[in-house]
Design a binder for this molecule. Structure first.
Ligand code: HEC
Ligand code: HEC
Ligand code: HEC
Length: 423
């Protein structure tokens, strides 16, 4: 399903691991590229600790801990056009959690999307990525979840369509094939570790890979950007562009591995800082991983095959309409040259957010400002405030077109109606 499934490498991948294991006995990297210290895996504390780390890398908390709720007690609402689905209680509560589940049951849920009770889970739970997790990581996760305080909270029942679990048998038949991660022996251990973290645990593709109309990720366009719908309230939506993560011009072309590593590890780099939906990803997950793991992820992402959408860029006349607004409102921090600065703000020249064919994240930055994850600092940058009450839809479209068409940027134009949709 993903670019990692290369049948020929599969055999050599397994052979490679077998040979390495034989050569280095206990010190060989596991299939996920992490080191397995001798004897440590038998130690319960170490297993629980490893499980805690796996839970962080998989960002289970962002989806299973609702604001103000007990850790992992579920009830986080995921809205879709067809209704609402609520995350499950995954504490060891017998009544409402997964207290009766065995390690084998948890494997089946993460690898196949089937609950211990036999019903099929919806892919709002990204088992389409978690299917690649090693058994060893799932077992560690199981050991860790057993140590989480049981909480009796019962999540709200799903809306009608999300009770039709039989439908998932058909969907899975069409779009899902369980598959464990297979390392690529032609690549370095660091690359393989990064691939495992991004593909299996980090489920970055869940947001950054476009989906077809049946909500299945289109692997041919992996990581080339997708749209994300946030329900601010039940009837108010805010769309986001989960930008192209490949190194094409509208993606991460201008980001060296070092900056991407720093962004994932600290939420801040001179190429850009975390804000928007990435605040949860960086705040709850990637910033809590080791520096080596953040670097491995960055290494893998920078190796993704390039690709993006080419659309007719804004014309010089369209861009010129926003020049004065940029000068008055933005230049102080992002610079006349669009290159930002260490003490002012991130560069907009070459920015994936600015150049994304889908302008929604750019519009959101201007409408609602850009603030980092709680407790994180963006170096010496001054926080960007919201312009929703300061600029009209047309002015925001104009300034968006200015940054989309200046300093070598080339992205399609934005109109006022697109801005209005985001209010
Ligand atoms: C993007 C959001 C998201 C992430 C990340 C996520 N989950 Fe879930 N999870 C859900 C949702 C939503 C459901 C409910 C699915 C359904 O009802 O079909 C769910 C269901 C489950 C279930 C089924 C429980 C039951 O009683 O049926 C388990 C087990 C589970 N998740 C474990 C995990 C673990 C472990 C992690 C981290 C490795 C994780 N989840 C990460 C959203 C998420
Ligand atoms: C919940 C959806 C979601 C997930 C999961 C997600 N992203 Fe993102 N990402 C977004 C959105 C939306 C944006 C644009 C707005 C923003 O920066 O928050 C973005 C932006 C980015 C950017 C560009 C930042 C910039 O300022 O130019 C990078 C790099 C990135 N994501 C990397 C990742 C990686 C690596 C992962 C997996 C660990 C990941 N994302 C997982 C939604 C997501
Ligand atoms: C007070 C300084 C300041 C002003 C004025 C300002 N910004 Fe920003 N802007 C920032 C900072 C700092 C960030 C990074 C926030 C973060 O990463 O959490 C940012 C982020 C952005 C981003 C996201 C960039 C990326 O790649 O992640 C865009 C787009 C943006 N600003 C556009 C604008 C526009 C357009 C204006 C004028 C309407 C403007 N900004 C005014 C400081 C400013």
């Amino acid at each position: 399903m993903r670019c990692l499934r290369r049948p020929l490498y599969w055999v050599s991948g397994v052979l490679g691991v077998v040979v390495l294991t034989a050569l280095f006995a206990n010190r060989a990297p596991g299939p996920d590229g992490s080191s397995q210290g001798s004897g440590v895996t038998n130690d319960t504390d170490a297993l629980v600790e490893r499980g805690r780390y796996v839970a962080v890398a998989g960002n289970c908390a962002s989806c299973h801990t609702r604001p103000g709720g007990a850790p992992y007690a579920g009830g986080v609402a995921f809205e879709a056009p067809v209704g609402t689905i609520y995350s499950s209680n995954i504490t060891s509560s017998i009544e409402h959690g997964i207290g009766k589940w065995t390690a084998e049951d948890l494997r089946r849920a993460l690898h196949e999307g089937i609950a211990a009770e036999g019903y099929r889970l919806f892919p709002a739970f990204p088992y389409t990525s978690f299917t690649q997790m090693t058994d060893r990581d799932v077992d560690a996760l199981y050991a860790y979840l057993r140590t989480v305080t049981a909480d009796k909270y019962q999540p709200t029942a799903n809306d009608f369509l999300f009770k039709q679990r039989w439908a998932m048998a058909i969907w899975n038949g069409l779009f899902f094939e369980p598959a464990r991660f297979k390392p690529d022996p032609k690549r370095t251990p660091e690359w393989n570790r990064g691939a495992y973290l991004v593909e299996a645990l980090g489920h970055c593709g869940a947001c950054h890979t476009p989906r077809n109309r049946f909500m299945a990720e289109v692997s041919a366009n992996a990581y080339r950007g997708s749209n994300l719908r946030e329900y601010v309230t039940a009837d108010k939506v805010r769309d986001w562009a989960a930008v192209n993560l490949t190194s094409s011009a509208d993606g991460l072309k201008t980001w060296p591995v070092d900056d991407l590593t720093k962004y994932l590890h600290t939420g801040f780099s001179l190429r850009g800082g975390a804000w928007g939906p990435m605040n949860e990803v960086v705040g709850n997950s990637t910033s809590r991983l080791t520096l080596e793991d953040a670097r491995a992820m960055a290494t893998y992402i920078k190796s993704l095959p390039e690709g993006g959408e080419t659309k007719t860029p804004v014309t010089a006349e369209q861009a010129a309409l926003g020049q004065a607004i940029y000068h008055d409102r933005c230049e102080k921090c992002h610079g006349a040259s669009g290159r930002g600065g260490m003490f002012s703000g991130p560069p907009l020249a070459g920015s994936a957010i600015v150049q994304s064919a889908d302008p929604d994240s750019l519009i959101n930055a201007i409408l609602y400002g850009a603030t980092p994850p709680d407790g994180m600092k963006l170096g010496a940058w001054e926080t960007m405030k919201a312009y929703a009450d300061v600029l009209s839809d047309t002015e925001i479209a104009n300034v968006a077109n200015y940054v989309r068409g200046s300093w070598g940027n080339g992205a399609p134009p934005v109109d006022a109606a697109r801005v209005a949709k985001q209010r």
